[in-house]
Write a protein that binds this ligand. Structure first.
Ligand code: TXA
Ligand code: MG
Length: 332
């Protein structure tokens, strides 16, 4: 199939909407990363997402909506706390796990009784949804690869595999939305993102839990590494080359990276260095996936990167980098 590259004209939006209504696939921009959209209520259409991405089918896709009101037809029980979060953070980088209405097919929820709701901060995408349907919308990368933050990244992975890409320019945030589970007694963050636990606690006026497996370095001797969001258990955000994270005091880290770099270059290898200072978590979020994709394009042999302090937004970026590196960390 020939993948159309669409800009945001009125005509383009109509084209994209008719593809969705006909059960096709359109990649769409959001403030976090690009999503791969299909009619969330059309099981056959959603199947195509799994095929295009090469995604395991026990991993549910989130449902991308245009308006707060859309939640009421997709979730049978909307609580006061859910409303507080919608008011505070939508449109924006929050996915809320809620009880799923029966009209959402099992392929979208991977058979779970819950579904993730997300209202992105992109006028283009919200207009596409208004003209078509709520979109099942995982990130628009091949399964396991870094998420796409430009339309070109989407094309690099998906050209020929999907019907169209709607180009909304580079993504502002750069890492995926915070996932907060509101379907059980206590709210719990299942995937960290730019909206932090402290922000949720302030809005809700109550304690918010953090999935205790997040950012925990797996201990091969212990077989109990079971994250609560199914997608978090797969190999993720991974570049082609091996990646090492250097953790410690910044100057020592930079010196260690320099030394390691020399060693590899002397052996005739191509080295990519990804360095951020300790107060650059937001910049790191914005750039990390693009840098990893660049390393792939340049066919580097090894990636050497600085770890970030694991607080606030840094915790969220490290959540991705730890996986990109396969938890390959050097303490210096
Ligand atoms: O920022 C984002 O959230 C992007 C943009 C495109 O909206 N989307 C995104 O989708 O990151 P995806 O499918 O790559 O990641 C969604 C995560 C997966 O780890 C999935 O397992 C989890 O959400 N998830 C979806 N539904 C769930 C549910 N009912 N319960 C627990 N986890 C769920
Ligand atoms: Mg993803």
């Amino acid at each position: 199939m020939k993948t159309k590259l669409l800009k945001g004209t009125n005509e383009d939006l109509d084209t994209a909407a008719s593809i969705i209504r006909a059960g096709g696939l359109v990649a769409f921009p959001t403030e976090t990363v690009y999503g791969l959209g299909a009619d969330a209520l059309n099981a056959e259409a959603v199947e195509k997402i799994y095929i295009a991405k090469g995604r395991p089918n026990d991993n549910p896709t989130i449902v991308t909506i245009a308006e707060q009101e859309d939640v009421y037809s997709l979730c049978p029980r909307v609580t006061e706390d859910m409303k507080k979060l919608m008011d505070a953070f939508w449109p924006g980088p929050m996915t809320m796990i809620v009880p799923a209405a029966d009209i959402i097919p099992p392929v979208t929820t991977a058979g779970l009784p819950t579904a993730g709701m997300r209202m992105p901060d992109s006028d283009l995408t919200r207009e596409l949804i208004r003209r078509s349907r709520p979109l099942a919308g995982p990130s628009a990368n091949l399964s396991g690869k870094p998420s796409p933050t430009t339309a070109q990244h989407v094309m690099d992975d998906m050209d020929g595999r999907i019907d169209a890409v709607l180009d909304g320019g580079p993504c502002r945030v750069g890492i995926e939305s915070t996932i907060i589970d509101m379907s059980s007694e206590e709210p719990m963050i299942l995937r960290p993102g730019m909206i932090t636990r402290a922000q949720f606690e302030e809005v809700l006026g109550r304690r918010v839990l953090l999935d205790s497996t997040l950012n925990v370095r797996p201990d091969p001797a212990r077989g109990d590494f079971k994250p609560k969001a199914p997608g978090q258990k797969y190999k993720h955000y991974a570049p082609n080359a091996p990646m090492i994270l250097f953790q410690g005091e910044h100057d020592r880290v930079m010196a260690a990276i320099e030394e390691e770099k020399k060693k590899h270059e002397q052996a005739g290898e191509k080295v990519c260095v990804i360095a951020f200072s300790e107060n650059q978590s937001e910049l790191a979020a914005h750039e990390i996936y693009a840098r990893l994709r660049e390393a792939d394009k340049e066919n580097v042999d090894i990636i050497l990167a600085t770890a970030l302090p694991e607080q606030g937004e840094g915790f969220s970026v490290m959540n991705r980098m730890l996986k990109s590196a396969g938890f390959n960390i050097k303490e210096v």
